[in-house]
Design a protein around this ligand. Sequence first.
Ligand code: DNO
Length: 354
Amino acid sequence: MRMGFRWFGAADDPIPLAHIRQIPGVTQIVWALFDIPAGESWPTGRIAAQVAEIEAAGLRAEVVESVNVSDAIKIGQPERDRHIANYIDTIGNLSRSGVKVICYNFMPVFDWMRTDLRFRLVDGSAVLAYDSALIAPSAEEMLAQVQRGADGFLLPGWEPERLAQVRSLFEAYACVDEAKLADNFRYFIQAVMPACEEYDVRMAVHPDDPPWPIFGLPRIVRNASDLRRIEAFHDSPYNAFTLCTGSLGENPDNDVPAIIREFAGRDKAPFIHARNIKHTSPGSFHEAAHLSKEGSLDMCEIMLAVAQTSPESYVRPDHGRDIWGERGRPGYGLHDRALGIAYLNGLWEAITHG
Ligand code: DNO
């Protein structure tokens, strides 16, 4: 296991690299150039500067989350070929700075979705939560609700410029059903794979979060059979998955350790997001501390599956709670993610010890 920590850059993340460096076992920073719009190419100089800053702190920068896929690619609009050429350019540029894995998603309009970014648990900590009864009646209201909860932090996947056009985005997706989205996904994967193979950079798609359709938008990365369909677009270790235990686990029908065993067993899981969630009622959940008994997922079984099938995978704790007075970027504070890492390290040591 190569343990990582997601970081939003010195200008935009209150957590200094020097603090991350002090979390035992962390060797990787999971990073991105958040200001570059989807569809544009990431310049070599910017990449090299960011990697140099991370390496100067004694950490490595082998995983990027995310190089976002543009809506034109997801919808299949004419500009998609130019955007794909830029994506290929970015893959080459990242490889020259030692990047090995690119995490991305193929969700229309919204990346992850929650109804509450600071849901209070009984212990006084705050977590992200999704209550199907609290989904706003329109996408615009939902957007406003999430942005109000962000406390001024830029939320990953919620780029304000793009979402300012949410109505026209919805119109553009009107002709995109599941089959069309899957066709566009296949087109994208088949176009970028030669570059991934040439440059030794693995694409790792993140599951839909939550793994069901929202606001009538199609979702096609929800469960094992969806992953098998994506795998068949191009069967290679370069066409792979970010197995996010929380996102997959939000649907109780998904057997997360079995999904890890299946896909990591075929060398298709270079990156794992380890997160616990608690189911509250059908279609609703809140996030939880990583400890198994705080949520609905068996984190020991999950780490055992990783250890037995892909012990070299990059792993990061996923969202943490706000604890000890910290009010961080929702899901991305320091303290609880560090606690999560300590716990995951403990499980790992016990599992892999002699
Ligand atoms: C949320 C993250 C997602 C993830 C993207 C990958 O906290 O898990 O935003 O980074 O879906 O592209």
